[in-house]
Design a protein around this ligand. Sequence first.
Ligand code: SAM
Length: 295
Amino acid sequence: MQLTDDYGRTINSLRISITNRCNLRCMYCHHEGDNREQQNECTVETFVNIVRAAKELGVSKVKFSGGEPLMREDFEDIIRALPGLKDISATTNGIYLENRAESLAESGLNRVNISLPSLSPEKYRMVTGGDVAPVLKGIDAAVDCGLTPVKLNMVLLKGINDTELRDMMDFIRQYDSSVILQLIEMMDFNGTSGYNVDIYEVEKFLESRASEIKERSMHRRKKYLINGVEVELVRPIDNSHFCASCTRLRVTSDGKLKPCLLRNDNLVDVNNKKPQEIKELMKLVTGKREPYYKS
Ligand code: SAM
């Protein structure tokens, strides 16, 4: 059985925030739309029940996020207890990755996205409040442990990192094709709209240098092959294609199903529910899904 919403979008992936705690303070952070005040994190068992129910409804991919997922010391326990899936990934700031990459890979994690807004220690600190050095070690560890392809998530910020695209591409070239650069258009959640780049200029820049351009089915994201380096562009704002091809359901750290990152008025609580009940609630929440940006 598969879940398909009223707009013909079949759900095939879950994006689960396992904590809203974080060790960084990124200036643009959207916190996955999770309520920062609540500290009522689900247990390993609840997350596993949610994934089991989703799998029975056709979901084959899970991405873990946060907060910072590596703030949870039982993250490996969650991964180990999951049913077999096509793809299990996580998005992390990479600060703790050097010490956790091996245990995460052993527990069954397939790959990671690592946030890296800048290679410059000064700019990195300005944007995140933290130190970039452990992140760079985390990238090496992730590649060494086979958590590949590693995607480096770079939220574009006008006047801060928009001049670093070439440096970033040069940086990932050393990893051959194990590392992909993912450029992300910033969504303004924190009054940071002054840092929004002109995304059409970025597209033009990438197009002019690409030897090949492909389109992914997920959110119809474009991928550019530039001098042996792969660059992906995530363009969520005012993008009806992004919403029209959204096939993911979100789960908050306190166990609520969340149909859309940008809305909080249609959440459905599944914390401490049995798998059969979770399945019914997943069907209910799928009926509430609606594209945020419509064409
Ligand atoms: N702490 C983890 C990390 O750094 O990846 C997981 C949480 S973070 C919210 C997940 C992803 O969302 C990161 O790749 C981050 O770059 C992206 N992100 C955060 N705020 C954003 C915003 N305002 N616009 C676009 N992407 C954003």
